[in-house]
Design a protein around this ligand. Structure first.
Ligand code: URA
Length: 214
């Protein structure tokens, strides 16, 4: 973990996550394996991201005796997917948080300006009482992350965490310059962005690899 308390970067360096990430990076990994690996890693990321969720004691009865047992507190967490590649992380996280609510933010990258342009936004009601987990596999330029967080903040969630599979220093800096209050969770921080705004060494285009569109 690095950064000030207001702008943390949590690198999930668990060997299982790192092994699966290396398989995903390989250009020889098939679409179906890539998809399964992203789902598996996302479950492991969710486990870390949820580490500080508040719990409350609820009275239950085991077959042996009554007890006060810890349960997740408050309104259901909302996982917000940045379309389209965010859906790969969403699928895995929903296996760990099956009752989570889901939001979607549609953004595309203007090829000339590299700025994020919004085309879709839908989140559940009652955001003021929900913790939001915003997901996108690649934190690259940071432009879409900034646009997504800015939009999400307009619905006033109780908290926002940003989860990516891969990040780079440039993207983290851009996101935290605009939103220093949003912690980043990622499996790795790679070396840099190249001139085409791809993460190096990275894994290529996450959306294309996930959906087999190239
Ligand atoms: N988006 C991707 O899918 N890959 C990158 O390397 C950067 C942005």
């Amino acid at each position: 973990m690095s950064g000030t308390s207001a702008s943390k970067v949590h690198v999930i360096d668990h060997p299982l996550v790192q092994h699966k990430l290396s398989l995903m990076r390989s250009k020889d990994t098939s679409t179906s394996n890539f998809r399964n690996l992203l789902r598996e890693i996302s479950m492991l990321l969710a486990y870390e991201v949820c580490r500080d969720l508040p719990t409350t004691k609820v009275r239950i009865e085991t077959p042996i005796s009554p007890m006060m047992a810890p349960m997740l507190d408050g309104k259901k967490t909302v996982i917000v997917s940045i379309l389209r590649a965010g859906n790969g992380i969403l699928d895995g996280m929903l296996q760990i948080l099956p009752s989570a609510r889901v939001g979607h933010i549609g953004l595309y990258r203007d090829p000339t300006t590299m700025q994020a342009v919004e085309y879709f936004y839908k989140v559940p009601d009652g955001m003021e009482e929900r913790d939001a987990i915003l997901v996108d596999p690649m934190l690259a330029t940071g432009n879409s992350a900034v646009a997504a967080v800015t939009k999400l903040k307009s619905s006033n969630p109780r908290s926002i965490k940003f989860v990516s599979l891969l990040a780079c220093p440039e993207g983290i800096e851009v996101l935290h310059a605009a939103h220093p209050d949003v912690p980043v969770y990622t499996a790795a921080v790679d070396e840099r962005l190249n001139e085409k705004s791809y993460i190096v060494p990275g894994l290529g285009d996450a959306g294309d690899r996930l959906f087999g569109t190239k």
